[in-house]
Write a protein that binds this ligand. Structure first.
Ligand code: C2E
Ligand code: MG
Ligand code: MG
Length: 768
């Protein structure tokens, strides 16, 4: 746009100021002669300029352009009308210029509606009705009070009166329409619209002044009405220049404040109708008041509908879509409310429940099955709670419960029974699926008396439960510091892999008959740069949470197979066992990865033992079994780890072929003093023998324990009694030392009857 065009508004303002000042200064009471001539040209010049300036303004206004074009057109037509009126009809009270003048209004209505619509954030019927109520109300008041005044002041022919009255009325209606259009923007006009309203009001004043002056036959070309016309049109023309380049649609005001104006309008209409019963009020005014009330009635109907949907969406915002339980937001509010009851001496407990193994269900059976499981478990939780308790789904596989009026001890007991209830198999995708849960418990007021602390403490406790695999854990203050540790470690774990901080230690498996190391188990360690060596219990849960279990398996497999190759090169023929995590068995690429690794390192598949736990077989037994079979078919040995705890089911032994069973260390602890424990180990030995598998007893810490196990016929053990997990070089040194001693050989060899089938030959290849 040229510099000159940019100065157009300034030019218009200066010209207007000059015109008004001139006219006021030199105006003669008779209004004739030179002044009238000056007024004629100057006045029309400024009016034409207003139209032109408005059009230039429209062309530079971006998104508002259509509206301001129409305003510019209305002002231009109006300026032409004035020239025609003054030049051809000598300012007659009624002339053929009037249709041209009146053409200004339809254009302005259209412009005002376009401008208002562009600003409306939502064009709900309710908001437009607000506008209609307000606009009709104003119109009713005008009709009742302004119209009669105008009418009483008007004189001349009926047509002249009607035409001249129609100007101020059309002006007022225009303001009312603009007002109505502002309802959807919460009655808050931006600068451009505010100035436009100002311009329209000044024009209205001019039209009223003209009506009164012409009725009194005091109107002259240079009189007051002319000044107001000029100012009204100029202000209207300038409004477009203030139009914002872009308008952020504004939300309507809240239901309450947004209804203020329509409510006031409706009240005025009622007052008007009441007045109408006492004194004469124009029929038009009564009709408009009645219309206002009808629109207000409709508005109330809409308000109810809006309120209903608002209530519904508030409810939705607090409801978990999948389970229809309260969501996190609602739960926090419930805790907040429970906190308030503490003042009355009441207590309550917060339980945070995180499902174990849910991810596997989701990954293997699909999200649909996962969703069904969550919905079913939500039902289980609801069935096991009292009506005064609350349960919510916080997101993912996390639920939360408030147990009202519950002391800590009772809360812990109930957490256990909830956990048992959750562990019961659930029918999903025509399968019976069961997942475990870890539950953290915090209590108010024992642990805290505010929502944030109670939630945090329950979360810490839940994490501890997961870490210790204890199922249920009550918050202990001491664990707070360790929670900080957890957060720090969680940030470090990803980097640990990239920086090769995950290393592998090896713990020997001993053949008690041969008195030799026959194999080793690869156990992951985190060589943390500042915290030193960390054990799996400190980082496995973090690995799991970061979804890095498969990465861990592959890292350890890599090291272990390379170590196997090294030992093989040194003539050491130990096997190496690697722990395989549950998600690995659902990973169909694992067998290929293992085969590739073995081939690359020139290691026999039978030297590698993969230890799986029964938990891995639960989520998707078919897929897991398929992976196990593929691995076994490729020649790797499969060991069933931690046998006897967790998801133990003899079915797995029946359907899948294992090379080894590792009896969990909890079953082997303190055997020398525990007759029932010995009976179990004895039975496990018999079972393994009958199924042609070797049994490794884990966690033997004392010589007495070792002897007890040996006496029961167990041949292979892994335990601190001989050796803790060590770095490979240390293990080799230890084994060297061992081969010169007799400490591995049991004093009494296992009874014949319970010896593994295959007699003397160890299923491991014992170094010669
Ligand atoms: P696990 O597979 O049952 O490994 C045996 C665990 O028992 C090892 O603990 C070992 O140090 C410990 N242990 C052996 N003998 C005794 C004993 O006489 N007394 C006692 N108290 N403990 C004994 P570690 O290394 O802390 O590993 C714990 C668990 O972490 C492992 O149990 C295994 O489930 C898991 N884990 C370790 N490394 C890996 C890995 O690379 N990948 C995966 N997925 N899990 C791993
Ligand atoms: Mg193991
Ligand atoms: Mg084990």
């Amino acid at each position: 746009m040229s510099e000159l065009a940019r100065l157009a508004p300034l030019f218009l303002v200066v010209a207007t100021a000059l015109y008004v000042t001139c006219m006021l200064a030199i105006q003669r009471p008779d209004g004739g002669g030179e002044v009238a001539w000056l007024d004629l040209w100057f006045h029309n010049g400024v009016r034409v300029a207003a139209g032109v300036v408005a059009l230039i303004g429209a062309s530079r206004s971006g998104f508002d352009r259509p509206g301001w074009w129409v305003v510019g057109s209305a002002l231009s037509v109006n300026a032409v009308a004035n020239i025609v009126w003054v030049q051809l009809f000598d300012s007659a009270a009624l002339s053929l210029a009037d249709p041209l003048f009146l053409a200004y209004y339809p254009q302005m209505y259209v412009a005002v509606i376009i401008l208002a619509r562009r600003r409306a954030a939502s064009r709900g019927a309710g908001q437009w009705l607000d506008g209609a109520v307000a606009g009709l109300g104003v119109a009713a008041v005008v009709a009742a009070f302004v119209f009669p005044t105008l009418l009483s002041g008007a004189s001349g022919s009926a047509l002249a009166i009607a035409v001249n009255i129609s100007y101020p009325l059309a002006d007022l209606l225009l303001v009312a329409v603009l007002l109505a259009g502002l309802a959807p923007v919460g009655w808050r006009p931006d600068r451009a619209l505010a100035v436009l309203i100002g311009g329209l009001l000044v024009t209205t004043v001019a039209d009223v002044a003209y009506l009164l002056q012409s009725a009194a036959e005091t109107y002259t070309a240079g009189s007051l009405a002319n000044h107001f016309w000029i100012m009204g049109y100029v202000i209207t023309a300038l409004a477009g220049w203030l139009s914002p380049r872009q308008v952020q649609p504004r939300a309507a005001l809240s239901l309450g404040s947004g209804l203020l104006l329509p409510a006031a309008s409706a009240t005025t209409a009622v007052v008007l109708l009441v007045i109408g019963t006492r004194q004469a009020v124009l029929g038009v005014a009564v009709a408009l008041a009645a219309l206002t009330l009808s629109a207000a009635g409709l508005r109330v109907g809409f308000a109810f509908a809006e309120l209903k949907s608002l209530t519904l969406s508030r409810l939705e915002a607090r409801t978990d879509e999948l389970t229809r339980l309260p969501n996190r937001r609602a739960f926090l509010e419930l805790v907040e409310r429970s906190v308030e009851t503490l003042r009355d001496g009441r207590t309550f407990s917060v339980l945070l429940i995180d499902l174990d193994g849910f991810k596997e269900v989701n990954d293997t059976l699909g999200h649909h099955a996962g969703d069904s499981l969550l919905a079913a478990l939500a039902g289980v939780l609801q069935d096991h709670l009292r009506s005064t308790d609350h349960v919510a789904r916080l997101g993912g596989d996390e639920f939360a419960v408030i147990l009202c009026d519950t002391e800590l001890i009772e809360a812990e007991q109930r957490a256990h029974s909830l956990r048992d209830a959750l562990a019961a198999p659930v029918d999903v995708a025509s399968m019976a699926i069961s997942v475990g849960a870890s539950i953290g418990v915090s209590n108010a007021p024992d642990h805290g008396a505010d929502t944030h602390s109670l939630m945090r403490f329950a979360d810490i406790a839940m994490y501890r439960a997961k870490q210790a695999r204890s199922g249920v854990q009550v918050y202990e203050q001491l664990s707070d510091a360790s929670n900080r540790d957890r957060l720090e470690l969680a940030q470090d774990i990803r980097r640990a892999f990239a920086r090769d901080e995950i290393i592998v230690y090896y713990q020997p498996k001993i053949d008690l008959v041969a008195g030799q190391v026959v194999g080793t188990e690869a156990l992951a360690r985190w060589n943390h740069p500042t915290r030193g060596l960390l054990y799996p219990d400190a980082f496995l849960p973090l690995v799991e949470q970061a979804d890095l279990l498969q990465k861990l398996t592959r890292t350890v497999l890599n090291s272990a197979v390379r170590q196997l190759a090294d030992w093989q090169a040194d003539g050491i023929d130990w096997t190496v066992a690697v722990n395989i995590a549950p998600p690995d068995l659902l990973d169909e690429s694992l067998p290929d990865f293992v085969a590739h690794l073995l081939a690359r390192n020139h290691v026999l598949a039978s030297q590698l033992v993969l230890e799986i736990t029964e938990g891995s077989l639960v989520a998707d037994p078919i897929r897991a079994a398929r992976t196990v079979r593929r691995l076994r078919d490729a020649g790797t040995q499969i060991s069933l780890d931690d046998f006897g705890v967790g998801f133990s089911s003899l079915v797995h032994l029946r359907t899948l072929q294992f090379d080894e069973i590792k009896l969990d260390r909890t079953l082997a602890a303190d055997l020398e003093h525990d007759e029932r424990g010995r009976a179990i180990v004895g039975a496990a030995v018999g079972l393994a023998t009958a199924l042609g598998m070797r049994l490794v007893v884990e966690g033997i810490e004392t010589m007495a324990g070792r002897d007890a196990v040996a006496a029961l016929g167990a041949r292979f053990i892994q335990g601190f009694v001989y050796c803790r997990p060590l770095p490979p070089a240390d293990l080799e040194a230890w084994a060297q030392m061992l081969s010169g001693s007799q400490i591995c050989t049991v004093s009494s060899s296992p009874p014949e009857a319970t010896r593994p089938s295959g007699n003397e030959a160890s299923p491991y290849t014992v170094p010669s």
